[in-house]
Each structure stands twice: as structure tokens, then as C-alpha cells.
Ligand binder design. Structure first.
Ligand code: PDD
Length: 276
């Protein structure tokens, strides 16, 4: 298995990262996860646009152009003979003796790997449970940074309570999952949190909004409260690796049950069509 490190493709076991990498000290870097279907990246352009935006917001200069990055990723997919799965890549600000103050002359470090992953068909069919908890993250959740402490704490709490994902809220206003966006259906309208600083603007989220528009399902980018969530007709989550997964139970700070509904099913069907 091959990975990308700095400016070469090497065997995974030969990959060595610097002790003074700012990613290691500060989580000072950004990343993307892109789905690969039949050896082809899905929604590549959208992911690269978000990657560039994250870099800009972090005052981080990227080591490669989007075209060069695409070449690197494509080579890696082929070298590893990846059919279905995802590619992960991240860029850290570079190597510097530990200092909060970064300098602007650092050489950013790109690392990338691929992994096989099946579509989670069982969860897509039967749904999952969400653990409801407070969103304790910082206020720039729109940046796809590798600094994910709040997210991983939420995910662990969910798992510890037999839930597959978290549902985070700020003072009763629902933001997103630990590694997914959340959608609600009420009276035929689809609702999801507006793409502001409180959430990551998921590429799958944007794709689902397009699919809903094409079906003339009304979409409102409006945050839901916990109270509104308990009265929703359908709930589902979206992410690159999971696609669209219905939510059948909310547990923790509030409790409610749901069935996978017709709009969730239509969007799942449309999603499948769109990747084929
Ligand atoms: N996570 N919100 C958060 C906090 C996320 O980490 C993710 C994705 C999403 C969904 O975004 P997208 O549809 O672009 O995958 C929303 C990735 C998959 C991860 O960290 O592995």
C-alpha cells in the first residue's frame, strides 16, 4: 500500500513524519475526505473548492495547485488499485520548533492515503441512533481543520451510549453531527442548518440540496431546535462516507423515535443514481 508524503509516493511503512510538524503540536492543518466510486473521485471540484477555502481562512498556503493535487490523488488511487472507498488528504502548515506564532516561510506538508470502504447499506436501510449533546466546539466549524477534539469527544460519547452518531446543539439549536450534517423533514419541506460558522458545509449536504431541488422538494436552510426535532416527520444525516442515513432514534438530553420516511428514501434513490 502506498501513501503520499511531502512530494513523493512511498510505501506506508516508510512514511515518517517530523517531530516538529505543527499538525502534531497544534492540529494546525486542514483536510478533505473524498469518496471514490469505481476508481473515480466523486464531487472532486466541490471538495477542492472547500479545501482552498479552508486554506484561505487559515492563512495557509497550499503546496500544490488543485490540478497537481488531482494528479497526485489519481496516481495514488491507481497505484493502490482502489475501486470503492475514499481518499484522505491533509496539509499541515509545516515544520517549525514549537511556537504558537507561525511564520509564513514554512513548507506545508501534504499527506494522503486511500482506504477501501463499502457503502454502509445496512445503516442506510435500517437507520441509526443519535446521542443528543451540547456542541462545545469553537466558532469556526466551517473550516475543515484536522483539529477535531470536540468532534471526537462527541463521537465517543455517542458510542458509549450505544448510538452511532452525535447530534450537537447550542442552547437547544441543533448544529450538526460529529462528522455529518443533519436534515429534518416537516410537512414535506426539507430543513438543514444554514452554511455559516457553526457547521461544516458538507459536500454531501450541498449535493442533497441539489437533489431535493431537482425533485421540487422545498428546501429551507434554517436551524431546527430540539423541540422542533422531536416533532419532525423524518430525520437523516449526510456525509461523504455514509451518504444518506435515516435516524430512527434520538437519545440523551431528549428522546424521540422516527421511521425512515418517503423523502429520505427518494433522496437515497436519487443519490445512488447520481453516483452511477
Ligand atoms: N467528515 N460535519 C462534520 C463536522 C464533518 O466532519 C463532516 C465530514 C461533515 C460532512 O461533510 P461531507 O459531506 O463533505 O463529508 C459534516 C468527514 C467524512 C470525516 O471527517 O471523516
Amino acid at each position: 500500500e502506498y501513501v503520499w508524503l511531502d512530494d513523493k509516493m512511498i510505501k506506508r511503512r516508510d512514511a515518517k513524519i517530523s517531530f516538529d510538524d505543527r499538525g502534531y503540536y497544534f492540529g494546525d492543518g486542514i483536510y478533505e475526505v473524498i469518496r471514490i466510486y469505481e476508481s473515480k473521485p466523486f464531487l472532486w471540484k466541490e471538495h477542492m473548492e472547500r479545501f482552498s477555502r479552508s486554506a484561505k481562512e487559515m492563512d495557509l498556503s497550499l503546496p500544490y495547485s488543485p490540478e497537481e493535487t488531482e494528479t497526485i490523488v489519481t496516481d495514488l488511487i491507481h497505484r493502490n488499485n482502489l475501486q470503492d472507498g475514499f481518499v484522505y488528504f491533509q496539509v499541515t502548515r509545516g515544520i517549525q520548533p514549537r511556537d504558537h506564532l507561525y511564520t509564513r516561510d514554512l513548507k506545508p506538508v501534504l499527506t494522503a492515503f486511500t482506504r477501501e470502504a463499502e457503502v454502509p447499506v445496512q445503516n442506510q436501510k435500517n437507520g441509526i441512533h443519535l446521542w443528543v449533546l451540547e456542541d462545545i466546539r469553537w466558532l469556526r466549524c466551517d473550516i475543515k481543520t484536522i483539529n477535531l477534539l470536540g468532534n471526537i469527544m462527541a463521537k465517543r460519547k455517542a458510542e458509549d451510549n450505544s448510538c452511532q452518531e452525535a447530534l450537537q446543539h447550542r442552547e437547544g439549536v441543533i448544529t450538526e453531527g460529529s462528522s455529518s450534517n443533519i436534515f429534518f423533514v416537516k410537512d414535506g419541506t426539507l430543513y438543514t442548518h444554514p452554511a455559516n460558522h457553526y457547521i461544516l458545509n458538507g459536500i454531501t449536504r450541498q449535493h442533497v440540496v441539489h437533489l431535493a431541488n431537482a425533485r421540487h422538494i422545498p428546501v429551507e436552510e434554517k436551524a431546527f431546535t430540539l423541540q422542533e426535532a422531536s416533532e419532525a416527520d423524518e430525520i437523516f444525516i449526510t456525509s461523504t462516507v455514509q451518504e444518506i442515513i435515516p435516524v430512527t432514534e434520538l437519545k440523551g438530553e431528549m428522546e424521540a423515535s422516527f421511521s425512515p420516511g418517503p423523502i429520505t428514501r427518494e433522496l437515497q434513490d436519487d443519490f445512488r443514481q447520481s453516483v452511477q
